[in-house]
Design a protein around this ligand. Structure first.
Ligand code: 13P
Ligand code: 13P
Ligand code: MG
Ligand code: MG
Ligand code: MG
Ligand code: MG
Length: 382
């Protein structure tokens, strides 16, 4: 029988700023999901959070984008948002961009990562969840896990991984997707995913047999809402072991606190810091961007676990480095490259400030207007 793992998440309002989910809002949502479990809509669920993002890890047998499962979660999020309003929490209902549910959660604000799979005799998987960053933030570690032999020893020494993987990439600006194969198209893949704001790894399959190995939330809130409504704070499901990267190979990909877009007001680069569930609260400059990893097994459709994977002294040095990088980046204040580049700032509140200066620019004689957009470079080169 096929099982579906769904990770569905949203910011429904948070305590003391964009800081952390209030336990009372999780309690309210849990009640709704427990009812859904009693009714047999879902088999099992684990409610959790990272920073101000409420996350549900759910197992069921209804497939991806299922109306009943999504409606159940929508109701849980709505109830939680009502509780958030009642408590006066900050930005109550932040990611719930639509008023009424119609079919599934797509385009409504919540992040969606789902995989329908044939459960293996042992089905270990990890759910990675980040706050104060965007879906493309997982491009770098996913490349390391599934395409970099310096990270994943199995790519070299395990015949099941040795043929490589297929990466499905979404261009969120054009609304197009492309699939590239590794190792043979690794450089083409990097040419795209090195621009994580635009090209996002959505799914990864094992090339040998098309086995689905990883799924990422790719919803971009500002592109849905047409204005800045916070960051998209991604989550992903990564299956591990038995001819896939080992658990430790997936975690190894987070040993460099690489720079991601997000942090304060969704407008700054900062290091992604892997933390325990206990430390999954945004603090300094609303960050630094944080990552939680929970390890599970799926057995007969039930969730076994989790293990809080970064609650571990093996990641102390990564966190220390992240704090050093955070200090260094912060010293740039409002200057790039701490602040995001202008193309991306167009999706923040900065254009409102620029609007005020508009009439004050004076034309300089003898100067040419440059074509600035990096996304129309083929025109500018002609
Ligand atoms: P075990 O022999 O402990 O199962 O380890 C196998 C493995 O692949 C470790 O990465
Ligand atoms: P969130 O997307 O996590 O709500 O962040 C919004 C923000 O502006 C933080 O400074
Ligand atoms: Mg928020
Ligand atoms: Mg958030
Ligand atoms: Mg957000
Ligand atoms: Mg073992």
């Amino acid at each position: 029988m096929k099982s579906t793992i769904s990770v569905l998440k949203a910011d429904i309002g948070s305590l003391a700023g964009h800081h952390m989910v209030h336990p009372d809002t999780i309690a309210v949502a849990t009640k709704v999901l427990s009812e859904g479990k009693k009714q047999g809509i879902i088999n099992d669920f684990y409610p959790t959070f990272v920073g101000d993002d409420m996350e549900f890890i759910i197992s069921h047998n209804r497939g991806e984008l299922d109306q009943k499962v999504h409606e159940l979660v929508w109701n849980a999020l709505k109830e939680a948002a009502s509780k958030a309003k009642e408590l006066g929490l900050y930005a109550a209902g932040q990611d719930l961009l639509s008023d009424s549910f119609s079919g599934n959660l797509k385009g409504m604000g919540p992040g969606i990562a789902e995989m329908e799979i044939e459960e293996r005799p042992s089905e270990p998987f990890v759910v990675f969840m980040a706050d104060k960053t965007e879906p493309g933030a997982f491009n770098l570690p996913l490349f390391k896990m599934f395409a970099d032999p310096f990270n994943t020893a199995g790519l070299v020494i395990d015949p099941a991984l040795h043929d490589g993987f297929k990466f499905e990439i979404l261009d969120v600006y054009e609304g197009e997707s492309i699939t590239l194969n590794t190792p043979e198209e690794s450089y083409d893949l990097l040419a795209l995913i090195g621009t994580p704001d635009r090209y996002i790894i959505r799914r990864i399959y094992r090339k040998q047999d098309n086995m689905l190995a990883a799924v990422v939330t790719t919803e971009r809130l500002n592109l849905i809402a047409g204005k800045y409504v916070g960051k998209d704070d991604p989550a992903m499901i990564v299956r591990v072991q038995h001819g896939l990267p080992a658990l430790g190979e997936t975690l190894e990909a987070f040993t460099v606190p690489y720079l991601v877009a997000g942090w304060m007001r969704g407008s700054h680069y900062g290091p992604l810091m892997p933390v325990s569930q206990k430390d999954a609260r945004a603090t300094r400059f609303d960050g630094p961007p944080r990552l939680v990893g929970l390890g599970f097994n799926l057995k007969n459709g039930r969730l076994v676990g989790p293990s809080d994977l970064f609650d571990d002294p093996a990641f102390d040095e990564v966190r220390r480095t992240a704090n050093i990088i955070a200090d260094y980046m912060r010293r740039h204040g409002p200057f790039m490259p701490h602040r995001l580049e202008p193309q991306v700032m167009e999706y923040t509140t900065l254009p409102k400030v620029m609007e005020r200066l508009k009439g004050r620019f004076k034309k300089e004689e003898g100067t040419n207007k440059a074509k600035a957009s990096i996304y129309t470079s083929s025109e500018t080169n002609e």
